[in-house]
Design a protein. Structure first.
Lengths: 534, 209
């Protein structure tokens, strides 16, 4: 790739000009540095989550206790869920790429509240430490599953109180990020950048932020109730005192279902950035994609009951939630059709970021369509709490949210670090990852359909073959992840200079040098064209 | 279309984005509303189920103490609002005094609340108590929600009092003035929220007996 910009050494960049040493990072209010802080922290916790996941798979390699006892397995799937959801996929894309690129993309020099932004990262770290502290303190990590369902979470001796409080702190971090981004989008856009000239990544972060602000407080208070229940015995969820455990499930999912869209919407935004750049075409249906982000945010808030079809509520409630669940598929499908229409007759360059984006569409489509199966009342009774559900949400969150995160890393890596990775190796790693992912999770659809329940540390002999296939898949996936990260780590020190705009993109972040200077724009740009007018 | 957005460079020169700060504060208040909304949702579900138990438990709360606290908080909102009006006219000492009055009224509220809880405790009514276990499920749940909701609200009052003390110091030392009053205005907004939440708590818990 030709080096079109000035080389890094001649121009200022935020690594060099923002000060040196740990303090210049952990107390920095520069949105780019905070983005890098998030990158380092979420990737560390992702590694932990992957390791726990691999151990869980390995446990199932033979019947009976293999590596761990049943009770430890319960703690492992809880820890895996809490780490992957609250510490990785929810903060990952907004925290890393939202922070780094949202201000750049709207032509601003920082977010609206830079100090609040730093506080949000500190809350994230505090929450992470509290959650990790449950492993080594008291009676050990929680064994309830990441949902902390009552009444079991009230009676288990494990560290539920601490874990739940840690997640509460993480929620505060998420809320502060949301408030910051909404205000930034409303107040900090460069002259000429109307709402409909914003890159669609900004739109998706904007919609995500609204969910973060409006839904997170509900789970916050619910977790505080759980803490009060365990420490003071207030009896609001305790059936022996007249409380109703089902109400806990309602309050939990009122947040946690919209949270699924906190995980996927930023990823959709990333894919929407990548596809027009690598097909050299204006995005098809800009407004439809922008509005469908808001549509997902609104509709996604009305479907929480589909997690509770067999919990015991009225048939009418089931029908209504099932119907809404089908409706929420519409805005997601609108996006998929618009992406495909953008690719249609484009001048496609099959580079690494596009490969990840295409994998996202493929895997997310499988995840989304199986979601419709789970949203159907009758089928849900059969599939509830089976491996089918496990496969479904891994296709959505890992195949969707996770692959979009990898797409974002490969798309923005040259901008963030000023260097380009080896794209041949990156493409091979993508292939291994893609094969590993499907080998790991696709058999789970069949296992679930045949009745294999989730969260069991053992299984019947008739599931032997598919379990083995899935375990083999987990190793292929791990190899793919290793190759991907090793390639990027190599590029960090040895990669060739990337230049200002290696992909030939039109959004504003590519108009500054790579890595960007400490103050972003020397002069706030005057925006005169859309984000995809190449 | 030109944006009315705020240029980061203006911030470096020491200007504040007044509208942006207000927007951020309102978003934060929205999260607080949803925070308490979840408790009101629980309240609605349980009251529907235990109408009689809720009525009985409610009639045992002190209507007098609740009414006094309502009057105290509404008055404190008035003095808080007047402190903003005072700073806009440049009357620094007046504004500080009104803020301290607000803080005092907040303290009165908390003391009153303390005695109210103390009274319940002395009758053996507190979370997980034997007396509550002897009452029906409805009354037990009512008190569970009552202690949790008013406790959460009291924590917000304490936070608000601390915030107003801080901003009173800023006003008194002149770091918040008529030109740059956003920190005062946002703090007072927060205090109004604490007041508004109470306006909902009061009838729901005290007035259904």
């Amino acid at each position: 790739m030709a080096d079109r910009g000035l080389s890094v050494s001649e121009e200022g960049n935020f690594y060099r000009d923002g000060g040196r040493g740990v303090r210049s990072w952990v107390f920095s209010t520069d949105h780019k540095r905070i983005g890098i802080l998030y990158l380092v922290s979420v990737l560390s916790l992702f590694t932990l989550g992957v390791a726990v996941g691999l151990v869980m798979r390995l446990e199932l390699i033979s019947h009976g206790p293999t590596l761990v006892q049943a009770q430890t397995y319960n703690s492992l799937f809880t820890l895996h869920g809490v780490v992957m959801l609250f510490l990785f996929i929810i903060p990952a894309t907004p925290g890393v790429f939202g922070n780094f690129f949202l201000p750049l993309q709207i032509g601003a020099n920082d977010v609206a509240f830079p100090r609040l932004n730093l506080l949000s990262w500190w809350f994230y770290m505090a929450g992470a430490f509290i959650v990790l502290a449950t492993i080594i303190t008291g009676a050990g990590p929680a064994d309830t599953g990441w949902t902390f369902y009552v009444p079991y979470s009230l009676v288990t001796g494990r560290n539920v109180t601490l874990a739940v409080f840690g997640v509460f702190v993480l929620g505060a971090s998420s809320i502060l990020t949301g408030i910051n981004f909404i205000t930034t989008v409303h107040r900090m856009r460069a002259p000429g950048m109307g709402f409909f000239r914003m890159p669609l990544f900004v739109w998706s972060i904007y919609a995500t932020s609204w969910i973060q602000v409006l839904a997170t407080p509900i789970v916050g208070i619910t977790f505080l109730l759980l803490v009060a229940e365990r420490t003071l015995g207030i009896g609001v969820f305790d059936p022996s005192k007249g409380g109703d455990p089902i109400l806990y499930q309602h309050l939990f999912w009122i947040y946690s279902h919209p949270a699924v869209y906190i995980m996927i919407l930023p990823g959709m935004g990333v894919v929407t950035e990548i596809i027009p750049v690598f097909s050299r075409k204006v995005i098809f249906g800009y407004r439809a994609i922008a509005y469908s982000s808001l549509g997902i945010a609104v509709m996604g808030s009305m479907v929480w009951g589909h997690h509770m079809f067999v919990s015991g509520y009225s048939y009418t409630a089931g029908v209504v939630f099932s119907f809404f669940t089908f409706l929420v598929a519409i805005p997601s499908a609108i996006k998929v059709f618009n992406w495909v229409a953008t690719l249609h007759r484009g001048s496609i360059r099959l580079d690494t970021p596009l490969l990840y984006a295409l994998a996202f569409i493929f895997l997310f489509a499988i995840g989304g369509l199986t979601g419709l199966m789970l949203g159907a009342l009758s089928l849900n009774v059969h599939l509830h709490d089976t491996y089918f559900v496990v496969a479904h949400f891994h296709y959505v969150k890992f195949g969707g949210g996770g692959f979009a995160f990898f797409a974002a890393i490969h798309y923005w890596f040259p901008k963030m670090f000023g260097r380009m990775y080896n794209r041949r190796i990156a493409n091979y790693a993508w292939g291994v990852l893609f094969i590993g992912f499907n080998t790991l999770y696709f058999p789970m659809f069949i296992l679930g359909f045949e009745g294999m329940p989730r969260r069991y540390y053992d299984f019947l002999p008739r599931y032997d073959n598919l379990q083995m296939l899935s375990i083999a898949g987990s190793w292929i996936l791990a190899a793919g992840l290793f190759a991907m990260f090793a390639n990027l780590a190599w590029a960090l020190v040895r990669g060739e200079r990337a230049g200002r705009n290696p992909w030939g993109a039109a959004t504003l972040e590519w108009q500054v040098s790579s890595p960007p200077p400490a103050e972003n724009f020397e002069k706030i740009p005057e925006v005169t064209k859309g984000p995809y007018d190449f | 279309m030109t944006s009315d957005g705020f240029d980061g460079r203006e911030r470096e020169k020491g200007h504040r984005d007044y509208t942006g700060s207000k927007l951020g504060m309102w978003l934060f208040l929205a999260t607080e509303v949803f925070f308490f909304a979840a408790l009101f949702l629980l309240y609605a579900a349980y009251r529907l189920r235990y109408a009689e138990g809720f009525r009985q438990a409610s009639s045992s709360l002190s209507l007098f103490a609740g009414t006094v606290n309502t009057a105290v908080l509404i008055t404190s909102s008035l003095t808080a609002a007047l402190s903003v009006a005072a700073i806009r006219r440049g009357r620094k000492n007046h504004s500080t005094l009104l803020l301290l009055t607000t803080v005092g009224l907040g303290a009165v509220f908390l003391v009153n609340k303390y005695f109210e809880w103390q009274d319940k405790f002395s009758h053996g009514i507190y979370p997980d108590s034997a007396v509550l276990a002897g009452l029906g499920g409805g009354e037990s749940v009512f008190y569970g929600l009552y202690f949790f909701t008013t406790g959460m609200h009291a924590l917000h009052v304490i936070g608000g009092v601390a915030l107003l003390c801080l901003v009173a110091a800023l006003v008194y030392t002149g770091r918040v003035d008529g030109q740059d009053s956003i920190r005062l205005e946002n703090s007072v907004l927060y205090w109004h929220l604490v007041d508004v939440i109470w306006i909902y708590i009061f009838p729901l818990f005290y007035l259904i007996g």
